[in-house]
Ligand binder design. Sequence first.
Ligand code: PLP
Length: 496
Amino acid sequence: MNEHLLNHRSRKDHAAALAAATAEVGRYLDGRTTPRSSASPAHLAAQTAAVDLSTPLGTLDKAMVEVRGLYLDHAVGYHHPRYLSHLNCPVTIPALAAETLATSVNTAVETWDQGTSACLIEQKLVDWVADLIEFDRPAQVTPDGVFTTGGSQSNLQGLFTAREDRLARPGPGGTTPADRCARLSRLRIVTGEHAHLSVVKAARLLGLAPDAVIILPGDGDRMDPATLDRALASVADAGDEVAAVVALAGTTDHGAIDPLREVGLVCRRHDVWLHVDAAYGGGLLVSPTRRDLLDGIGLADSVTVDFHKTFFLPVAASALLLRDRSGFRHSTVSADYLNPADGDDHAVDKSLQTTRRFDALKLWMTLRVLGADGIGRMLDDAIDVARRIGRTIDSEPDLELVRRPALSTVLFRPRPEACDPDESDALVRPVRDALFAEGRSVVAATVVDGRPCLKLTILDPELSDQDVAAVLADVREAARYLADGMRQATTAAVLS
Ligand SMILES: *Cc1c(COP(=O)(O)O)cnc(C)c1O
């Protein structure tokens, strides 16, 4: 018997392995007193390189000890109160229980003969999210959706569907294959300054021209509907076509939400596909107090929602929603061995993937335990924390608030005593790097209005004022130290 393969005979080994893994996670949680270890990249690279993959360890116990030293002891702890960097959330415990079920059973949500009830559960959740979006549609149009690996994949499929929808319609050049090629090179995607990089990547993968993505200057951090209106008119005037407008419901850095209703109305007037990237702001769909921030999202033709950001689920969990399910026909290819075109619906007909994880179960379990309000309240609380931090930073003379938080990010700069703006800018990266190297606090760095700044992304609803104060104290201390160093270096250079 092979005790390493899961079946009814290996249940004891399975239980022991999961108990050992759970104990190891407990050890990790207790031991993670800082958001990361201070081990250097060189040390970690050397220790990984030293593992001889041709010599198995033979037992799970030994492999676990090895992985502790290689991974867990140095993993960045997103749950830690001084990890305030990227859009990584603390995760719900019901989701982790769901992961164990789904990966142990190893269901592939693919065809009915593989997925059965899992397909039903995923479909019910997709319908639930579509209802939350409240797609604006005639009665005969039915929305639909599919789970994906993340916002990047959701955006890719949304834009792919938009491209196919556009090329299927009569355009300036007709719909023969040769016309299609000619039209493809003249397709444009119109978006704002703060679109996610996956939009540009999708344009590349979709075979559009290198200059296909038109970036509109914004009204502050948001898309300006009048500018969009003019841009759509001038694309048409030039004889080009717009595959899609991509509006943002929560930009990655600013959390800015485009005026979705006005943008949607402009798109309708020009008969142009609207894709709303709500990878970040999608959690507002279940917010008990802030759903109105997404007003107009229902005018979209497609929507990206990331459950592994503001729904507090482990990676990976995202979905692409379409206002009109018929758009999924562009993703469908039938094969005799899998999904014959016999009229049955198969999950694989809607997906870019074939074998696909049952990620929906994480959302299901979380929703059934906490309820929609329970999830939404966590995001609401995180936004409240971010706003409080914004006010704190704004009141501190040695910190400069760059934007009032729109969602749950805080953009700011260290400004130690007597620092001019150039010095303050020069401190941003070194401060972030110093904190990361030391491991005490992990914050992000970005560029706003052409100037570097630090970013805190708040997704921990329970973050306390003391936790925040500790991070800000680390930032200040590093900034003062580095500013002194910079001045001494300048003085030395002047004297020499
Ligand atoms: C995070 C993010 C994405 C990409 O999502 P992944 O899940 O990381 O692939 C897309 N758009 C926005 C606005 C995001 O913040």
